[in-house]
Design a protein around this ligand. Structure first.
Ligand SMILES: NC(=O)c1ccc[n+]([C@@H]2O[C@H](COP(=O)([O-])OP(=O)(O)OC[C@H]3O[C@@H](n4cnc5c(N)ncnc54)[C@H](OP(=O)(O)O)[C@@H]3O)[C@@H](O)[C@H]2O)c1
Length: 383
């Protein structure tokens, strides 16, 4: 295993951390973790040198922490740094914070956590935590020995990220979504550098974009790019090595769901080194990114000039779901996102073809026509 500096701490983190959000399950019930598979996977990773385990209140319908507690008993707890997260969306009082933390310690069968994160910070949760003075609470809990270091995981715009970074002086670390497709998404590369410059350890989550970048074979346009390189790497290894190549990254978390993935990612981690990718390798990744982006048909950049739509259509969000579904060949997932994430009054079929949006779009996108195509693709079966 390779180890890397962890911000300002006098401790080195394993390049690969184990994310306990995508463990194998018995059937489709995410709450039914298949312990006969998952325990050996976690133990194998730790035996091979993984020393950072990430879980959260909500993962696997609240069963991940319980599982981790069991799996780490019998000597494994002492060999790792354990992280879990305060479920930000459930916090309305400081008493809530006490209650969740105490229950988490119980579920995890430990008297302390090494790392505690404010989970999935966005502008709204951040404001709520500031109103509740979470820092004062956290400092008390750290003084009591309930957890050692405070950090946050993040899902919002770069501007919000910067605000959070500068809003508290004692962050030890942060966790951001980052992979070769998400350089300019959420915190992105700018956020990675800003956090590292302030001395925070940066943990990368979703390095494979939740598995999408690991599909093997990848779409033909991407497969051709990888085939032209002189490396015999899997799509997963390309994506992971790209993250590890960056010295600002302390570790990456992978949510491994099979033993085979654990074994492969352990080998990848062993072969990782900051700055080890060649110029040719980086060009391959750039081309793979472009090849994937070329599969997205609507050239929407999310500038939102088209908003507000007089009929309420969430134009950029509809296009994002449509583009993503086509880019990763995931129609069903796109249909679920469209159904669940876009309220009916904001769906594309609310368009009355007034054309206001088309006069405002700097990309000159034929929005009306694309909205019709998006709605059909995201609601109908077949072509
Ligand atoms: N806001 C937050 O705090 C937050 C949000 C997201 C994630 N996280 C944490 O970050 C961790 C990492 O994120 P992630 O799980 O999305 O990571 P990821 O590495 O992007 O995706 C994991 C998925 O990639 C696939 N995979 C992994 N290794 C592979 C390999 N060698 N070959 C082929 N496929 C492979 C598997 O998909 P299949 O199962 O489809 O095979 C696996 O479930 C999570 O587990 C969680 O602990 C935190």
């Amino acid at each position: 295993m390779k180890y890397r500096p962890f911000g300002k701490l006098d401790w080195q983190a394993s390049a690969l951390g184990f994310g306990c959000m995508r463990l194998p399950t018995l059937g489709d019930d995410s709450g039914a973790i298949d312990e006969t598979l998952a325990v050996p996977m976690l133990h194998r990773a730790i035996d091979a040198g993984v020393n950072y385990i990430d879980t959260a209140w909500a993962y696997h319908r609240e069963q991940s922490e319980v599982f981790v507690g069991k799996a780490l008993s019998g000597g494994y707890r002492e060999r790792v740094h354990l992280a879990t997260k305060l479920p930000s969306w459930l916090i309305t009082t400081r008493a809530d914070m006490d209650r969740f933390l105490d229950t988490q310690l119980e579920r995890l069968q430990t008297d302390h956590l090494d790392f505690y994160l404010l989970h999935t910070l966005n502008a709204r949760f951040w404001q709520n935590y500031k109103d509740l003075n979470v820092f004062d609470w956290a400092e008390r809990k750290m003084a009591e020995g309930k957890f050692r270091y405070l950090g946050f995981s993040f899902h919002d715009t770069y501007e919000v990220f910067e605000d959070i970074l500068n809003g508290y002086d004692n962050w030890t670390f942060c966790q951001i979504q980052y992979n070769y497709m998400d350089i300019n998404y959420q915190a992105g590369q700018k956020g990675l550098h800003a956090a590292a410059d302030k001395g925070l350890a940066v943990i990368v989550m979703e390095p494979l974009r939740g598995g999408r970048l690991a599909k093997n074979p990848p779409p033909p346009a991407v497969a051709q790019v990888f085939a032209r390189s002189n490396r015999d790497w899997t799509p997963a290894n390309w994506a992971l090595q790209w993250v590890w190549n960056q010295p600002e990254v302390s570790l990456l978390l992978s949510g491994m769901s099979t033993m085979e993935q654990v074994e492969q990612n352990l080998v990848s981690a062993d072969n990782s080194n900051p700055g080890s990718l060649t110029r040719e390798d980086l060009a391959v990744i750039d081309q793979a990114r472009q090849a994937r982006e070329s599969l997205a048909p609507v050239p929407c950049t999310h500038c939102e000039y088209c908003l507000p739509c007089p009929s309420g259509v969430a134009i950029p969000s509809v296009f994002e779901i449509y583009n993503t579904a086509l880019m990763y060949d995931e129609r069903q997932r796109g249909q679920n996102a469209y159904k669940n994430d876009i309220p009916d009054e904001n769906k594309a079929d609310c368009c009355v073809e007034c054309g206001t949006c088309e006069t405002l779009c700097p990309q000159h996108i034929e929005i009306i026509a694309w909205l019709k195509k998006s709605h059909a693709y995201l609601t109908q079966t077949g072509e």
